[in-house]
Design a protein around this ligand. Structure first.
Ligand SMILES: NC(=O)c1ccc[n+]([C@@H]2O[C@H](COP(=O)([O-])OP(=O)(O)OC[C@H]3O[C@@H](n4cnc5c(N)ncnc54)[C@H](OP(=O)(O)O)[C@@H]3O)[C@@H](O)[C@H]2O)c1
Length: 269
């Protein structure tokens, strides 16, 4: 099996709805984004599919990822809900299918075997997990008959994921960084704002450039053309070693995305 090659950055779509979603995905593809990230629970797979159906970029020239929601992780649900996602997305396959969170119906062995079957059927190219800590990754890697190539987790200067970054490097897996702009709050972090001023860049670009420096693949979400463009431009921003060191040394920690506790059965707490 050829190994997955991810672009340096992707496009996130959580909260993009209706026309904004179609327009956003089309704009992102036009600008050069080559990884589009959606999920069943975002309620926008159909709109992402409408944008992709315009075929402005050949299907083989971009990567598409979706995620199976926690209430669909029993094997029979994985099969039927993945089929529904493919229909909505108007595609024969997704490049990455994620377990969205290790919760509710998740059973490592049964769920991941169902994911592996989708790989055998050609409907999924690679399996990813999301919101997994090291122990859950260990278990998933041990029981899944196919490689787990990526863990998608919240990562930004206020949640640096140092342990998981090392873990994923050791296991030759990608870290896809969600909420890479701290859901818009990165503009309130003084260290990041100062570095942005020094480079005449935006704080968003600094956060994205710092993530890429550490080998993470950020997937910022943006609605307007100017935001989508601003984020993409982060690939041309080269931070100095002292900038990286200053961000690495930020001590404040803040997480912006949490799954409601009732969705976690006891064994995951
Ligand atoms: N696996 C998971 O559990 C999980 C969880 C959360 C997110 N994700 C994925 O990660 C993606 C990104 O995360 P996110 O959406 O939570 O947050 P984010 O990308 O960190 O931040 C999005 C926010 O930043 C604003 N923004 C974007 N570009 C900007 C710019 N250049 N200047 C000023 N503001 C800007 C956006 O506003 P506008 O929209 O108005 O531009 C939006 O309010 C999601 O869309 C989703 O695909 C995955």
């Amino acid at each position: 099996m050829p190994t997955l090659k991810l672009p340096r950055m992707g496009f996130g779509t959580w909260k993009l709805k209706d026309k904004d979603c179609v327009k956003g995905v089309l704009k992102a593809l036009e600008m050069g984004y080559r990884l589009i990230d959606t999920a069943q629970i975002y309620g926008n797979e159909r709109e992402v599919g409408v944008a992709l159906a315009e075929k402005t970029v050949d299907r083989k020239d971009f990567l598409l990822a979706t995620k199976i929601w926690v209430t669909k992780l029993r094997p029979e649900n994985v099969k039927t809900s993945a089929a529904q996602s493919l229909l909505k997305l108007q595609t024969e396959y997704v490049d990455i299918l994620y377990v969205h969170w290790p919760a509710w119906q998740y059973n490592a062995k049964k769920t991941l075997l169902a994911f592996a079957n989708l790989v055998d059927e050609g409907k999924v190219k690679y399996i990813g997990v999301s919101n997994f800590g090291p122990k859950l990754c260990d278990e998933a890697i041990a029981v899944c008959p196919k490689p787990i190539v990526v863990n998608q987790i919240e990562t930004h200067p206020l949640l640096q994921q140092r342990i998981m970054r090392d873990y994923l490097k050791q296991h030759d897996m990608y870290l896809v960084a969600y909420s890479p702009l701290a859901r818009g709050h990165i503009r309130e972090v003084p260290t990041v704002v100062d570095i942005a001023k020094k480079h005449k860049a935006s704080p968003n670009q600094v956060s994205l450039a710092w993530l890429m420096h550490h080998g993470a693949i950020p997937i910022p979400k943006a609605t307007s053309e100017s935001h989508i463009q601003d984020n993409f431009g982060a690939q041309d921003l080269h931070l100095d070693p002292e900038d990286i060191a200053q961000i690495d040394n930020i001590k404040e920690e803040k997480r912006f995305v949490n799954l409601p506790r009732f969705l976690f059965p006891k064994k995951f707490k």
